[in-house]
Design a protein around this ligand. Structure first.
Ligand SMILES: [Cu+2]
Length: 159
């Protein structure tokens, strides 16, 4: 009789242990998903690289990461540039002076501008995951002052 009870208890313990293991596996799955990072980009009327800048102006992030555009100075926004986002991705355009956060899922390069200061060269580039800069990005018609900044950014992107 005693032996039977012990066996039953042992079986119950084993079952309990298995259940705990299943729960543990289920929970350890979460941190992997939640490991997506959020990067902060300041929108500045004057920064280290001169007037009208995103800081930083080049980001390398992983698919699923997020970027928060912070209007540190007034009268800026963040908007994707036509012809400088991966195919089938919908662009975005934030409201002037609003903090704006968005996720980047598809690997590739994302050219970003500040709508009011595009002509003053206020642009940045985000590289998501493993990607090669499409040559077509170099032929996009950008304002004169944005050109040298993009040339620098493309150079960084190809390092
Ligand atoms: Cu601006």
């Amino acid at each position: 009789m005693m032996t039977l009870t012990t066996l039953t208890n042992a079986a119950a313990t084993t079952r309990l242990f298995c259940a705990a293991a299943v729960i543990a596996v289920a929970f350890t799955g979460f941190p992997l998903q939640a490991s997506a990072e959020t990067f902060e980009v300041k929108m500045l009327s004057r920064g280290e690289k001169g007037p009208m800048v995103f800081e930083p102006d080049f980001l390398e992030i992983a698919p699923g990461d997020r970027v928060r555009f912070v209007p540190t100075h007034k009268s800026h926004n963040a908007a994707t540039i036509d012809g400088m986002i991966p195919e089938s991705v919908e662009g975005f355009k934030s409201r002037i002076n609003d903090e704006f956060e968005t996720g980047f899922e598809k690997p590739g390069f994302y050219g970003i501008k500040c709508s009011p200061h595009y002509g003053m060269g206020m642009v940045m580039l985000i590289k998501v995951g493993e990607a090669t800069l499409p040559q077509s990005y170099r032929t996009v018609d950008v304002p004169g002052r944005a050109k040298p900044r993009f040339e620098d950014l493309f150079e960084q992107a190809e390092k």
